[in-house]
Design a protein around this ligand. Structure first.
Ligand code: AGP
Length: 620
């Protein structure tokens, strides 16, 4: 979605704003802009449609604009087409010189039409189609009407609007301040060496500081040089603790890889090891899963009658795989829900159920709403989240963090893999606590998990073959992924990877379901990719592949070492190492990630920033 950066300090703001915005490009955007206050107290606003490089060019990389206080924005259009006019920052007047307030905003103001009508009646004139312009003008209206401090005017506007937002504003009358407020949209404030930063996401300011404040929901902040003050909606001051971020700036750079996605694919062995080590304590046979810092007690675990997993996109696919593993090991019924459906269908939930919300960003609007729905219904919630301090992490009863580091590519890879790992650990731990696992089996599963990083490295050795395969199918139109149980869950992820970055239509099917309709689409040359890693289901999926071949399909397969007879049927095979069947999804997904990557590359597409998509989906 959109990205926000703000700066107040002793250096020129514009180059810092542009640098920060470039770190947020992965969030998706279609236009950008900055506003800087010059030494005479006037605002200079520069905006550009398209890539950020247009804004770099218009401002000579920020060098053409002087002033030490400024705000910047990358926009992902929601209200009004991508254009220079609709780009942020927006102003309270019709001209920058007659504007007392200038602001940027992430999220959506749902009742902006109603607010706009009110402001039109008060004589305000609008130049854009955006909800942001309405919000900026609404703050200006209250500021002028009540002649109050900026924070109070912002609070009055917050009370009147519905929706989600991160809002950053400058007031002409308050030259040494930037004001920020948020509701359901992420924002952090960083402090370093007498200078202050605000951003919608950590990578934007990581180069400058690792010391940040998290602004809570419905809170307002006033940034000054090197300090920040916080207020609640009643303008009462709040105490906040400065938190240190453990990510380093290098982790958010490409590190020699052509794309973030490839870098992140290669970081998976390390991310899996770090995630395992963050939860498993002890050595050798004494290794134990330790959820003590999560706070969920054995008594709590024994009482769980049902698990509901709510998530979106790839995180939902993790839930689909987890369903098989948790039910099989811990013998607890699991229902997997799309968060966007869960939140609106008034679900019937068992009071002793546990709702698990999975999210890389911790800010996905639908997942956050699903979490709140579950809490409103009185259920305990457990979040599996990558971004520390994100909204979902803060609002859940229990949090387990994945240790992936920043994930920049829009297509998730390492976050997906570490989320899977956390669900395996939940399955093993819950199984042990509920008496379904003996000590030997427990130790066996943990030692199997520790073999994953090395086995993933082994799969990387097949990259050339996958690149060749992607080049062969560069013009493919339709692809079908099929598999059963965990292989089906991984097929869903393989299909999404292909769609989102290669723009190739693909579908994932439970292999046994194909013959109930979709097989009519198979014709000469249709590419069918089978995932066959579950020993008990290998023959079954194989039969379904043969049914496709009989109708002319070109068969490709992902299977494990030893199943060499597959070459009698399949036109292309990529082999992966063996691991306990519950965890095979962690290996079979790797060739599918690589396939999506190479197909996108062969088609000359923007791998890291696919069209129409954003990394963190903070709107419904
Ligand atoms: C996957 O590659 C996508 N980027 C997307 O499906 C993503 O998994 C989904 O939007 C959920 O995001 P979250 O994990 O940040 O909640």
């Amino acid at each position: 979605m959109c990205g926000i950066v703000g700066f107040i300090g002793r250096h020129d703001a514009a180059p810092i704003l542009l640098d920060g915005l470039s770190k947020l490009e992965y969030r998706g955007y279609d236009s950008s802009g900055i506003a800087v206050r010059d030494e005479n107290g006037n605002f200079e606003v520069v905006k550009a449609k398209g890539k950020l490089k247009e804004l770099f060019e218009k401002t000579d990389s920020g060098k053409a604009i002087h002033g030490t206080t400024g705000i910047g924005h990358t926009r992902w259009a929601t209200h009004g087409e991508p254009s220079e006019t609709n780009a942020h920052p927006h102003i309270s007047g019709t001209d920058v010189d007659d504007s007392g307030v200038v602001g940027v905003h992430n999220g959506i103001i749902e009742n902006y039409v109603e607010m706009k009508d009110k402001l039109l009646r008060k004589g305000y004139k609008f130049y854009s189609e955006t909800d942001t312009e309405v919000m900026v003008k609404l703050v200006d209206y209250y500021y002028k009407k009540y002649k109050c401090p900026p924070g109070e005017a912002i609070a009055k506007a917050m009370v009147r609007v519905r929706g989600s937002y991160a809002l950053v504003l400058m007031f002409k009358d308050h030259p040494d301040e930037i004001w920020a407020a948020r509701k359901d949209s992420p924002m952090i404030i960083g402090i370093c060496d007498g200078e202050t930063y605000v951003a919608s996401d950590v990578p934007a300011i990581l180069k400058y500081t690792k010391h940040v404040y998290y602004i809570g929901n419905m809170e307002i902040a006033c940034l000054k040089e090197g300090t920040a003050e916080f207020y609640n909606i009643d303008s009462e001051p709040l105490e906040k603790e400065l938190v240190e971020i453990t990510w380093d700036a290098e982790a958010a750079e490409k590190g020699g890889y052509e794309h973030f996605m490839m870098k992140e694919i290669h970081e998976q062995p390390r991310a899996i090891t770090d995630t395992l080590n963050s939860i498993i304590k002890g050595e050798g046979k004494d290794r134990r899963i330790d959820f003590s810092c999560v706070g969920i007690s054995d008594e709590d675990i024994k009482k769980i009658s049902q698990i509901y997993i709510a998530a979106c996109g790839s995180a939902w696919h993790v839930g689909m795989a987890a369903q098989y593993v948790i039910e099989d090991l811990a013998r607890i019924p699991v229902r997997v829900e799309l968060a966007s459906e869960f939140r609106y269908r008034n679900p019937i939930l068992d009071k002793n159920g546990l709702v698990i919300v999975i999210s890389q960003s911790g800010e996905t609007a639908d997942s956050l709403a699903a979490l709140r729905e579950a809490k409103d219904k009185g259920l305990k919630t457990l979040a599996i989240v990558n971004v520390v301090g994100s909204s979902i992490a803060r609002e859940a009863d229990y949090v387990v963090y994945t240790v992936s580091g920043p994930e920049i590519a829009v297509a998730t890879t390492k976050a997906y893999s570490t989320q899977l790992i956390v669900t395996y650990l939940i399955a093993i731990h819950f199984a042990a606590v509920r008496g379904h696992l003996d000590a030997d089996k427990y130790a066996y599963y943990i030692s199997e998990l520790y073999t994953l990083p090395e086995k993933i490295e082994k799969i990387f050795e097949t990259k050339d073959k996958l690149q060749w395969f992607a080049a062969k199918f560069v013009n493919v139109h339709d692809v079908f992924f099929i598999g059963r149980s965990i292989d089906y869950a991984v097929s869903l992820e393989g299909s999404l990877k292909m769609k989102e970055i290669s723009y190739v239509h693909s579908e994932a099917y439970a292999a046994g379901e194909l013959k109930h309709g979709t097989i009519s689409m198979i014709e000469d040359g249709t590419l069918v990719i089978g995932v066959l890693t579950q020993p008990s289901l290998y023959e079954k999926t194989m039969s379904n592949m043969v049914e496709c071949k009989a109708r002319g399909a070109y068969l490709a397969a992902v299977t494990s070492y030893g199943h060499y007879n597959i070459e009698d049927t399949s036109n292309f095979v990529t082999y992966i190492p063996n691991v306990d069947a519950h965890f095979m999804g962690s290996l079979s997904v790797i060739p599918l990630q690589l396939l999506g990557y190479y197909l996108s590359l062969s088609r000359g597409l923007d791998v890291d920033k696919p069209r129409n998509l954003a990394k963190s989906v903070t709107v419904e």
